[in-house]
Design a protein around this ligand. Structure first.
Ligand SMILES: Nc1ncnc2c1ncn2[C@@H]1O[C@H](COP(=O)(O)OP(=O)(O)OP(=O)(O)O)[C@@H](O)[C@H]1O
Ligand SMILES: [Zn+2]
Length: 572
């Protein structure tokens, strides 16, 4: 038994996530966590909401709520939807937790002690009417490039040009509209990442088994142009973690908070602390996952994320950890994803384009989405969601192959032998061949899952389902029954055991259907088939079962067309 720490990129708080976000982080992390638990490993699977920064403040303002209340509510919404998708987090935390406040301040203090923080004096726009500095999105004005009059301080949405707030013509406060603005000096802390370039390069070079997507993005940021740059870790904002040096005040930094990119990954650690607290456990319970001096040497830590998050996880967060000089656990494997696109364009939260997690659950149960998304995960390149593909994959794989197998076997048995595993007959060459095929396929499935090759794992699992169907098709117990009922009984005995096996193997992908299969087989034995032959004998003659309800209804053309129309515009 090994110990696995698994984290998914933490979703930003300002809205409900779309299916791209889901398949790019939380869902494959859940697949892996469920698989490893199924194999008997000890797993701690963590996720949280990423709550600080200007977008959260602005979204709260738009909703007419105080930002802390807005974040608490949105955390509740995201937690509920995560449950709806059966995401099996051991804890779903919040980057605004007291644990993250303390740890973020602790890391900043350590980095300063190690000489890795410097103070920088910058010019920033200050609003006299609002009595505050106005970072990026808080300031609007006319774009110097294209003349668009609602350009933001960080970027013009019209011409996409990256801007500095001081570039804007006729700038005004996005909070009050005031034009009583002036440029003032303000001091910020910078993390001296540039000095850690060689150390980070050497660390990335060790990671020969990481996805190319991960290491190529890391190397680009490390080495392109002037190479990895120092980065500001503080902001002139109200909402965030107050700047402190450990538990001490930081002279000159009064009223400032840490920049969200700095505190968000530290939440991976803090979340373990939240988990321990939620379970009434002490510090040693979470430290044995995170501190190599306190029991975490044998932990394997895997992170899941979309490609835009890779630089922070390969460089900035490791710089924080390594720079602290303390024995914190470093990530062992980063599984990154390309993007899932939506029907000829991109998913977009800001534009409300695509299907969002709450809407998806509104129209179909989680297994349908989980299966399609995972079996089409954007691994080697971007992939695309289309309603046609969704309909045909779900109907073929889940209804025609898996659902049909379960239903045919159980119904046939009920009508010919009754609702218990039949006793007569013995296995012949076809059964032996099937056991061999399934054994080989289960081993291949395990290899793909261990390598976190999501699409390949889905294909292997589908292959295991197909093998059962092909067996049934070729031995045709319904025909055999007429001349040799004992032989048909043996065939059905094996097939019923396959239903249980499918329940065990399919659980990481389609947990609800898997649970239904085990329930119908009236067994709680969900142990992993290390020995497939033995696993196919778990349900002995006489063991009672029930015929499950239709596990997967087919998606009709009418449904598809309706959803296609409903999700073609933008979310209001
Ligand atoms: N279209 C996509 N396909 C796959 N993964 C995605 C996609 N868009 C975002 N992600 C990933 O989803 C995870 C959660 O994203 P986050 O909440 O930070 O939103 P985001 O990256 O700002 O996305 P968006 O801009 O669409 O809201 C991140 O790991 C991100 O890389
Ligand atoms: Zn412009």
């Amino acid at each position: 038994m090994a110990r696995h720490l698994i984290t998914s990129a933490i979703p930003y708080i300002n809205g409900i996530k779309h299916l791209g976000n889901l398949v790019g982080s939380q869902l494959p992390a859940d697949l892996y966590a469920r698989y490893l638990r199924g194999r008997g490993h000890e797993v701690l699977f963590l996720c949280a909401t990423d709550e600080h920064g200007t977008p959260a403040e602005l979204a709260a303002k738009k909703a007419g709520k105080p930002v802390d209340q807005y974040c608490a509510e949105m955390h509740g919404v995201q937690a509920e939807i995560a449950k709806g998708f059966r995401l099996s987090f051991d804890h779903f935390g919040r980057s605004s937790s007291k644990q993250n406040h303390a740890l973020t301040q602790h890391f900043a203090g350590r980095l300063a002690d190690q000489g890795l923080i410097r103070e920088v004096s910058e010019k920033q726009v200050y609003s006299v009417a609002d009595a505050r500095f106005l970072p990026d999105r808080y300031i609007e004005g006319t774009c110097p490039n294209c003349g668009y009059d609602k350009a933001r301080g960080d970027q013009c949405e019209n011409c996409t040009k990256q801007l500095d707030p001081t570039d804007l013509i006729n700038p005004r406060s996005a909070i009050s509209g005031s034009t009583d603005l002036e440029v003032r000096e303000t001091k910020h802390l910078y993390l001296m990442q540039s000095g850690m370039r060689a150390q980070l390069n050497a660390w990335i070079d060790e990671k020969t088994d990481w996805p190319i997507l991960t290491t190529s993005i890391a190397r680009k940021w490390l080495n392109d142009g002037d190479g990895l740059q120092d980065r500001g870790i503080t902001r002139d904002l109200h909402w965030g973690i107050p700047v402190k040096r450990g538990d001490q005040d930081w002279p000159g930094m009064e009223g400032k908070v840490f920049y969200v990119w700095f505190d968000a990954p530290i939440e991976y650690i803090a979340c373990a602390g939240e988990w321990a607290e939620a379970h009434g456990l002490g510090d040693d319970a979470w430290e044995r996952w995170w501190r190599t001096d306190k029991g975490a040497e044998d932990v394997r830590y895997t992170q899941f994320m979309g490609k835009d998050n890779v630089p922070f996880h390969t460089l900035s967060f490791p710089a924080t950890i390594l720079g602290s000089g303390e024995p914190w656990k470093l990530v062992d494997y980063i599984k990154s994803f390309n993007y899932l696109n939506y029907d000829g364009g991109q998913f977009s939260t800001s534009q409300g384009r695509g299907v969002f997690m709450d809407q998806a659950l509104d129209i179909l149960p989680p297994d349908y989405w989980r299966w399609w998304l995972l079996s089409h995960a954007p691994e080697s390149s971007d992939s695309e969601f289309t309603w046609e593909n969704f309909q045909s994959s779900v109907n073929k794989d889940l209804a025609d192959v898996l659902g049909n197998f379960v239903s045919r076997v159980t119904k046939f048995c009920r009508s010919k032998f009754g609702e218990a595993v039949p006793e007569a007959g013995s296995y012949g060459p076809e059964e032996e061949a099937l056991i061999e095929t399934i054994t080989a396929r289960v081993r291949a499935y395990e290899r793909s899952m261990e390598a976190m090759e999501v699409r390949k794992s889905a294909a292997e699992l589908r292959g295991i389902w197909v093998a059962g169907n092909e067996y049934l098709q070729s031995v045709a117990p319904w025909t055999v029954f007429k001349t040799d009922p004992d032989k048909a009984a043996a065939q059905i005995r094996l097939a019923l055991n396959l239903v249980r096996l499918y329940g065990v193997l399919s659980a990481p992908f389609v947990p609800d259907a898997a649970a239904d299969m085990l329930k119908a087989m009236q067994t709680e034995d969900d142990s992993w088939p290390d020995d497939v032959r033995a696993a196919l004998g778990v349900l002995e003659a006489g063991h009672a079962f029930t015929v499950p309800d239709v596990a997967f209804a087919k998606i009709t053309d009418e449904q598809r067309e309706g959803w296609q129309a409903r999700f073609s515009g933008v979310r209001e």
